[in-house]
Design a protein around this ligand. Structure first.
Ligand code: NAD
Ligand code: ISE
Length: 338
């Protein structure tokens, strides 16, 4: 059986996902799409999924009887509406991060899914599918470095558009670390603090760049995460876990080492599309396969909610400079992993 997918939002990652669902991966076909920019949706469909129907809005994509499952790749503030509508229609939904832009909105989604009585929601935290993070997790789980004590990480983008402001460093960018580190070390967060060093000359009045996010876990692990979105030199994701018996690093992406003109060098990737290209493929293939079996195997609505609660605490810490506790509602039994 082919999973017939409707995609809402045909911007950068929407087009990437339409292409992989329709032309790269097995078992799915994009049959419908929409974007508030209708011309952009028509152009994306003509190029990547000819024959798919272009709808006037996202709700029409969800209601289309030909659509079995929905992919939400529109702007973050629209996610809540479309995920709730997909749950109400009883359709599985893959939503790009963030699940919603506030913890309250994510909790609404959690409660709607529980009321629907079956798992329908997966969140696009693709780093859990990255071979490097998976190898790092295996080393930690196998006890290669003993109990983790500290994590040092960095999330660097070469540059960001003018519309990117301070809060986005948390809800758009560091949200990836928030999810993947919790999964990596198997511990929930207890508190957050944000430190603002001297700003780069390349930022503007509405963006503190770089920042350092400090997280403490319930088990006492300390995490420091640098977010630097105007670093210029490339798209660079780093993660080092310091344990009682050793230190484990996230592997560098493969690149041919070159010796030339008196220098020894390797290329640095320039954006997320290439850095995580394999992870997106594995993530969406897994989603297609699990959806056909009526399951959600990847990051679920609870993970999206947990990330949003943490992000809200980081935002408060960013505003106030205080150490802010991270407190969630108790995890419903519905989200216990069998
Ligand atoms: P983008 O601006 O390139 O695309 C977003 C698209 O959504 C635009 O075409 C816009 O017109 C459309 N849109 C906005 N409101 C809409 C609505 N109500 N209905 C339909 N379409 C609507 O942004 P992007 O970089 O593609 O990001 C989209 C989402 O994907 C964001 O939530 C972002 O955080 C996430 N993202 C995830 C990753 C990742 O690594 N997992 C990478 C990039 C973006
Ligand atoms: C973007 O939305 C992503 O998800 C990228 O992975 C991240 O590096 C970038 O900062 C975000 O804006």
């Amino acid at each position: 059986m082919t999973l017939k997918v409707g995609v809402i939002g045909t911007g950068a990652i929407g087009q990437e996902h339409i292409n992989r669902l329709n032309n790269k991966l097995a078992g799915a076909q994009v049959v419908a799409a929409s974007d508030i920019d209708a011309a952009a949706a028509r152009a994306a469909v003509a190029k990547l999924a000819p024959g798919a129907k272009v709808h006037a809005d996202g709700r029409a994509v969800i209601a289309d009887p030909n659509v079995d499952a929905v992919v939400v790749t529109s702007w973050g503030p629209t996610h809540e509406e479309f995920v709730l509508a997909a749950i109400a229609a009883g359709k599985p939904v893959f939503c790009e991060k963030p699940l919603a832009t506030t913890a309250d909105a994510c909790l609404k989604i959690v409660n709607a899914e529980i009321a629907a009585g079956r798992h329908l929601v997966q969140v696009g935290f693709m780093r859990r599918y990255d071979s490097g993070y998976r190898a790092l997790k295996k080393a930690i789980d196998d006890g290669a470095i003993g109990a983790p004590l500290m994590v040092h990480c960095a999330h660097r983008n070469p540059s960001v558009p003018e519309a990117y402001v301070s809060s986005m460093a948390i809800v758009d960018t560091f949200i990836h670390e928030i999810d993947v580190l919790r999964w990596l070390i198997g511990d929930d967060y207890a508190s957050a603090q944000v430190i603002v060093p001297r700003n780069t000359r390349l930022t503007h009045s509405k963006l503190d760049d770089p920042i350092i996010v400090m997280l403490a876990t319930k088990g006492g692990i300390r995490i420091d995460g640098e977010v630097f979105v105007n670093c210029q030199y490339g798209y660079d994701i780093r993660c080092q876990v310091v344990g009682e018996d050793g230190v484990a690093d996230l592997p560098e992406p493969q690149s041919v080492p070159l010796r030339r003109e008196g220098r020894f060098s390797t290329a640095i990737l320039q954006d997320w599309k290439l850095r995580f290209i394999d992870s997106y493929d594995v993530e969406l293939q897994d989603w297609i396969d699990a959806t056909k079996l009526g399951k959600v195997d990847g990051p679920n609505a609870w993970d999206g909610y947990f990330a949003a609660v943490t992000a809200d605490a980081c935002l408060e810490a960013q505003r106030t400079g205080a150490v802010v506790p991270i407190v969630t509602t108790p995890r419903p039994v519905f989200y216990d992993k069998g």
